[in-house]
Design a protein around this ligand. Sequence first.
Ligand code: 2AM
Length: 189
Amino acid sequence: MRLFIAIELPAEIKRQLEKMDMRMSGCRWVPAEQIHLTLAFLGEVDGVTLKRLTGALAAIRAPGFTLRFSGTGCFPDRRRPRILWAGLEPQPKLDALVSLVREAVLACAIPQEERPFSPHITLARLKLPAPREVEAFLMGNRALELPPADVREFVLFESSLTSRGAVHTPVKAFPLAARPISDKTPQGT
Ligand code: 2AM
C-alpha cells in the first residue's frame, strides 16, 4: 500500500481553497476531496509494517489545536514555481505532532526525508513553470481569508494511483486529546 499521514480540513475550507482555481497552462488544481495537510509521506508499506505503524501511531499522545491560514506561496521558488500552496501560521502543537509522527514512522523502519517540516496545503501542481501567472496568483491571494480549522485527529491515508489520478482513502484516524495533555491532572489530586 502507498501511504501518507495527513490532517483533513473542514469541507467548507476545502471548497473555498478549490475555488481559488485560476486558469494557467500546464497546471493541475487539486480537487476539494484531495486537499489535505501532509504530515508525513511513507510510500509503499507492506502489511506487517502497516500493523506495527498503526500501533505506533495509536500510541501518540498529543493535544488538538487550531490551524490558521496565512497567504499563499510556491515551491521551490518564484522563478521556477512547480507547486502552489496555501500557508499556515506557525503552530507549535502542529510541529510537535509532526515530530511524534516522524518518530513513530522511523521506529517502523520507514525512511523519512531529512528536510525540516514546512507546513503547506498543496493547491496546484505545474507541469511547466509559469512565473508571471503564478506571481499574479500570489499577489491576488496575499490576503487570503479563511476561517480557522480545529484539528481533533490525524489520519493514515492510502493513495492509489489510477489512470484518473490519485485516489485517497482513509485507512485509520487517530484522535488528538480534546484539551492540552498538561491540563489533565488525575482525579482527586
Ligand atoms: P504535499 O503535496 O502536501 O506536499 C499524498 O500523495 C501526499 O504526500 C501529497 O499531497 C504530497 O504532499 C506527499 N507526497 C507525495 N509524493 C511524495 C514524495 N515522493 N515525497 C514526499 N512527499 C510526497
